[in-house]
Ligand binder design. Structure first.
Ligand code: MRU
Length: 379
């Protein structure tokens, strides 16, 4: 049935196939991924039997999103250990496949530390592999718990910022169960609002060029039966101008010590729009995304991706081929140059609040972030 915005509301609320799982097969353990390049057309699983396969899945965005990259990195180390590959080499090849999301390196480091500690304690390589797997499972479970807490804190914050309820929330990229051990970051807050009848509309920016919003957030919103509308990224300005956005909720890939937020390219323009239109701009991220070692936003490495992602349109079945140039449908003249940063940096002064599992940081300053670090996993 069409709603006031002329958009059909889907009713299916079946749980999605898990974004990532560990499976013990007779021939050895594997990491099984829901292949996100094929969504929403197909729910296809990718079975990684070794680290190079997992590295390729990360490179092509079959598995993606900051918290899930951390989980994948940890399981990747466990996979190498369990299959008798060189763990240090595996860790090196995994940790920086995508340089912006700090969670990837974090997950890899945790599993390696558990493996090394087990060996140092005189355990066998098999026992050390078990320790790496236990640590990967812990990273996974902690992220699920963080997701629940972020949803609670995020809901409380929305209650304060928007006391009337009936929220119209704009989000960008994808930040739900597809990127998390739980229900996600920003999307988990919107989902919690939906469950208590307080979400009037989820505005979903399509997120050019790889369409994480249109393909993945819309897929998750549809499954959850949320009222959602996909918009071209360039339509956000007129949406704000029409007074249709009550709050922006996004995730993050890395948050520097000065509170600058790296997230999917297109987030920073939304923050500027939000400030101009006096709308709260809220970042929802677990503390695993905080990076106190990076002093300021300007020092965050922004992943630059291939130009053909911009000059060609790659629909899901094409993305799944590995996204080589010339495989998509060209939309620019042959030889056109493209600017394709995967992320942008939003300065702290444009961020109303950062919601973590350890609490809400607002205002976002070096000191307030340092305080949350001192009471969380950094303590
Ligand atoms: O390039 P992607 O799809 O991995 O980018 C993901 C994002 O930018 C998300 O918004 C981010 O990881 C935060 S959601 C947990």
């Amino acid at each position: 049935m069409a709603d006031a915005y002329g958009v059909r509301q889907a009713g299916a609320a079946a749980p999605a196939v898990p974004a990532l799982r560990w499976e013990e097969l007779p021939e050895g353990p594997v990491v099984v991924l829901l292949d996100q390049t094929r969504l929403p057309a197909e729910e296809t699983e990718l079975v990684c039997t070794d680290v190079p396969a997992l590295v390729e899945a990360i490179r092509t965005l079959a598995v993606r999103g900051a918290p899930l990259l951390g989980i994948a990195g940890a399981y990747g180390v466990a996979l190498a250990a369990a299959r008798g590959f060189d763990v240090a080499d595996a860790a090196e090849s995994l940790a920086y496949v995508r340089p912006t999301a700090v969670n990837l390196e974090y997950g890899v480091r945790r599993a390696v530390a558990a493996y090394d500690a087990a060996l140092a304690a005189g355990q066998s390589p098999e026992e050390a592999a078990g320790a790496a797997l236990a640590e990967a499972r812990a990273v996974h479970a902690e992220d699920a718990r963080a997701s629940t807490r972020m949803a609670e804190h995020g809901m409380a914050l929305l209650g304060e910022l928007l006391p009337g309820g009936g929220h119209r929330i704009l989000t960008h990229c994808n930040s739900g169960a597809l990127v998390s051990g739980g229900e996600g970051t920003a999307f988990a807050v919107a989902l919690a609002a939906h469950r208590v009848g307080e979400l009037r509309r989820l505005w979903v920016g399509e997120t050019r060029p790889l369409l994480q919003g249109a393909r993945l957030t819309a897929y998750e919103a549809s499954r959850a039966g949320m009222a959602y509308t996909v918009l071209p990224d360039g339509a956000a300005g007129s949406l704000f101008a029409a007074g249709e956005v009550d709050a922006v909720l996004i995730g993050a890939d890395r948050i520097a010590a000065d509170g600058a937020v790296a997230n999917k390219v297109g987030s920073y323009p939304l923050a500027v729009l939000a400030r101009y239109h006096h709308v709260p701009f809220v970042v929802v991220a677990p503390t695993t995304t905080l990076d106190p070692e990076t002093e300021e936003g300007a020092l965050i490495e922004v992943e630059q991706r291939a130009g053909h992602e911009v000059t060609e349109i790659s629909l899901p079945h094409v993305l799944a081929t590995g996204m080589e140039a010339g495989v998509g449908v060209p939309v620019a003249p042959l030889g056109a140059q493209a600017y394709n940063p995967a992320f942008d940096i939003t300065p702290a002064e444009l961020v109303t609040a950062i919601v973590t599992e350890a609490g809400v940081v607002s205002p976002v300053t070096r000191d307030s972030l340092a305080e949350v670090c001192s009471t969380s996993r950094f303590a």
